[in-house]
Design a binder for this molecule. Sequence first.
Ligand SMILES: Nc1ncnc2c1ncn2[C@@H]1O[C@H](COP(=O)(O)OP(=O)(O)OP(=O)(O)O)[C@@H](O)[C@H]1O
Length: 283
Amino acid sequence: MSAIEVSGLSVSLGGRTVLSDVGLSARDGEWLAVIGPNGAGKSTLLRAMMGLLDARGEVLVDGLPARSLKPRQRARLMAYAPQNPLLPPGLTVLEYALLGRTPYISYLGRDGRHDREVTESVLERLDLAGLARRPLAHLSGGERQRVVLARALVQRAPVLLLDEPTTALDLGHQQQVLELVDRLRLADGLTIVTTVHDLSVAGQYADRVLLIADGRAVASGPVGRVLTEPLLAATFGAHVRVAQGEDGRPLVNLVRPTVPVPSRPAGGPEETGGPEEGDACSP
Ligand SMILES: Nc1ncnc2c1ncn2[C@@H]1O[C@H](COP(=O)(O)OP(=O)(O)OP(=O)(O)O)[C@@H](O)[C@H]1O
């Protein structure tokens, strides 16, 4: 049985179908990357899976229909880190991350020692311990992104949906976050579904890839079968080379298209030499 299984998911927004009959499945401990051009419907897919949008179709978590779960039950099974959440500016990093423990705290209760220990350990692992008392309004973009991820990890749910979790992060923090998520996946058997624009990240970390475009699934399968030059060129309209990393996983690199040099009109002005480096030139 898959940890998460989606079938026939369709969403309309503003009178337009933005997701059409999309399906996916990810087993326990599997990492699925959702890729596709801007506006393809990746974030919409994750939000619909979380029940945050009206959608047709079915989402099963651990074999249970997600729409039949109570919010607390669902929050214990699925955690979600959105791309651009609205953050309450007055809360500190620690207070916000502790909200991830809400599904485990009784309605009139307070967070306990275990909740604070779990939260502090996640903050530590995401390099945020030193910012624990800082208000959210006083964070940089990358710090905010790590705090949003921290709250999702603090939730300790077996299925983790991450929407572009590393876009605002510098190289070191990108690697730290991706490695941490991967370690948790291996240690606790977490199932990861993440949208990602960096296709090398998809190639390096995911087991399988779902490629969507215009709200429809275009391809899905093991990374090596989806991250291919013809498929990426056709879907993204980009010139890419797919190389193999040391571990045999695909590395996707942009290559500059070769632009034909325009020929000089016959009888035109004599060649006087091109502009010197650093010269301003009009198009
Ligand atoms: N509230 C809305 N009303 C109408 N259309 C919407 C709404 N929200 C999103 N859309 C449209 O739905 C489509 C899918 O958006 P979505 O954010 O899922 O794309 P995405 O694949 O995540 O894109 P990106 O890579 O740019 O983040 C886009 O065309 C977007 O303009």
